[in-house]
Design a protein around this ligand. Structure first.
Ligand code: PMP
Ligand code: GLN
Length: 383
């Protein structure tokens, strides 16, 4: 393993899912739904396979039907206009979109600002691109977490190339407000920065509203927006993601993407094009359903004695384990399956500031209500 990747080892998600399989514990670690997305969308994939749509290499930027559907989605939900031919790129999940964006836009030695705790692939991709990660920590405050805008401004130096943003934010569930995003946009314009914004949880917002950064003044031309069918349609295994950005940025990201995967699986692209055209009621009921699950698990965790940070979005709840007389999240998560048959993710691994994340543990609530109830009842045995 080269020096750039030293220390990255196996992702915490794979490690914790393997622990769940090994111990038979309920897996509230890795974020994937235990119910698949809409039947008609699955049928669309089967139909595409059967009828021979996408069984051979699809076009490099993605099939036109999906690029048009992505553009229509941006218009429908955000009134943002993108040219499907020049400003949309289909990727192998958001993961590839993140990698291709960083590999395309970061020069060795460039600094990349990322909100901490950061999704693990950000750190690895910044490293693979030869960049330097500059974390700005979201701090617990009341029920949630806050971004200190002064700290963000102070993190920008002459070497800063881009801000890697994530809202709604994994793992904290923070949804950046319009005012915070406006301040980030102002900073990006003032310091002439690009922003790569990971908005995979755009439709999973329970309190407040998701505002795409690309819609703020001065941002349309300097923002690379990323999303994925994994979260919005509950098909994490299909690995269909997309990027929207100005033509020069899309061209750059596509250049890198060509040599990572060339293209992503064809038949799923046809199905996701149909999924993106589902009517508003699909998106509303997804949100309502997950809001109920958030409330169910949050109540269970509180009863079990955790300090619960209430997520405004995503399908994750972070908790502080200190009220349980524990303070090492990693040791806690490693012992949890044996103690009570539940798997969670220690967020310490998403921090450079290990003290800040030491006692924080993340639980996923994209699971059936019965599973969440059973997990909560097991966790009550901890006290
Ligand atoms: N970004 C964030 C913040 C995520 O939580 C995830 C989780 N899956 C991804 C990107 C990756 O998305 P995909 O599965 O589409 O590659
Ligand atoms: N995004 C998912 C999570 O945060 C995991 C995806 C992965 O395993 N790479 O749990």
């Amino acid at each position: 393993l080269n020096r750039r990747l030293e220390g990255f080892g196996t992702t915490i998600f794979a490690e914790m899912s393997a622990l769940a399989v090994r111990t038979g514990a309920i897996n509230l670690g890795q974020g994937f739904p235990d119910t698949d997305g809409p039947a008609e969308v699955r049928e669309a994939a089967v139909r595409a396979l059967r009828e021979g749509h996408g069984n051979q290499y699809p076009p490099g930027p993605g099939i036109p039907e999906l690029r048009r559907a992505v553009a229509a989605h941006q218009r429908r939900f955000y009134e943002l206009e993108y040219d499907p031919d020049r400003e949309v790129l289909v990727t192998a999940g958001a993961t590839e979109a993140i990698a291709a964006s960083l590999l395309a836009l970061v020069e060795p030695g460039d600094e990349v600002i990322a909100l901490e705790p950061y999704y693990d692939s950000y750190a690895a991709c910044i490293a693979m691109a030869g960049g330097t990660r500059v974390p700005v920590t979201l701090r617990p405050n009341g029920d949630g977490y806050v971004l200190d805008l002064d700290e963000l401004r102070a993190a920008v130096t002459g070497r800063t190339r881009l801000i890697l943003l994530n809202t709604p934010h994994n793992p904290t569930g923070t949804v950046l407000t319009r005012a915070e995003l406006a301040a980030i946009a102002e900073l990006a314009v003032e310091r002439d920065l690009l922003v790569v914004t990971d908005e995979v949880y755009e439709h999973l917002v329970f309190d407040g509203e998701h505002h795409p950064l690309a819609g703020f003044p001065g941002m349309r031309g300097r923002t690379v927006s990323i999303s994925s069918a994994g979260k919005t349609f509950s098909f994490t295994g299909w690995k269909v993601g997309w990027v929207t950005a100005a033509p020069e940025l899309i061209t750059a990201v596509r250049t890198a993407k060509q040599f990572l995967t060339y293209v992503s699986a064809g038949p799923f692209q046809y199905a996701v094009a149909e999924a993106l055209s589902l009517d508003d009621s699909y998106f509303r009921s997804l949100r309502a359903d997950l809001r109920g699950k958030r409330d169910l698990l949050a109540a269970g965790l509180e009863e079990a004695g955790f300090r619960v940070y209430r997520p405004a979005g995503t399908y994750f709840i972070t908790t502080d384990i200190r009220p349980l007389g524990e303070d090492d999240g990693i040791a806690f998560c490693l012992g949890l399956p044996e103690r009570c048959g539940v798997v969670a993710v220690p967020t310490a691994v998403f921090y450079d500031d290990k003290d800040a994340g030491r006692s924080i543990v993340r639980f996923a609530f994209c699971k059936q209500d019965d599973v969440l109830r059973e997990a909560a009842s097991r966790l009550k045995g901890l006290r």
